[in-house]
Design a protein around this ligand. Sequence first.
Ligand code: DAT
Ligand code: MG
Length: 153
Amino acid sequence: MTERTLVLIKPDGVQRLLVGRILARYEERGLKLIGLKLVQVDRQLAERHYAVHREKPFFDGLVEFITSGPLVALALEGPNAIAVIRSTNGATRPWEAAPGTVRGDFALEVAQNIVHASDGPDTAEAELALWFRPDELHSYEREIDRWVVAPGD
Ligand code: DAT
Ligand code: MG
């Protein structure tokens, strides 16, 4: 099923010059880029984005970290995009992330784990609405789609 989902390349990914390499992984997989921007997040957006973690002991640190510098927000589309991206990113705790995943290749600490991705259809829809206005998301055809996406998908 075609899905749309949100990815954030968090401030550590930007500072470590990994934006291009991480974006290339999603592109090369065949996912379609439908939205892209560099954002300096304010506290209010950070707290709304991580609202489910409000009661966690690491919440303040999380908000501090995500607002510490610009991040890159991506909207991506493709068959099973949510699961594809979660597995491409690897486990939340980088020491449990398989080599070959973004976190398994580029991260060591859970608090600096480089990327965020929506974890289900409902969160994907809510998070895309939080980070992108409707007119910032683009629908378009690619010549390669017939090689990447099965007919009818
Ligand atoms: P994910 O980002 O894989 O969806 P999550 O939703 O459980 O993981 O947590 C959100 C982020 O919070 C995670 O990417 C990094 C941070 N985090 C999670 N557990 C943490 C912990 N024990 N200490 C510090 N930061 C943590
Ligand atoms: Mg999460």
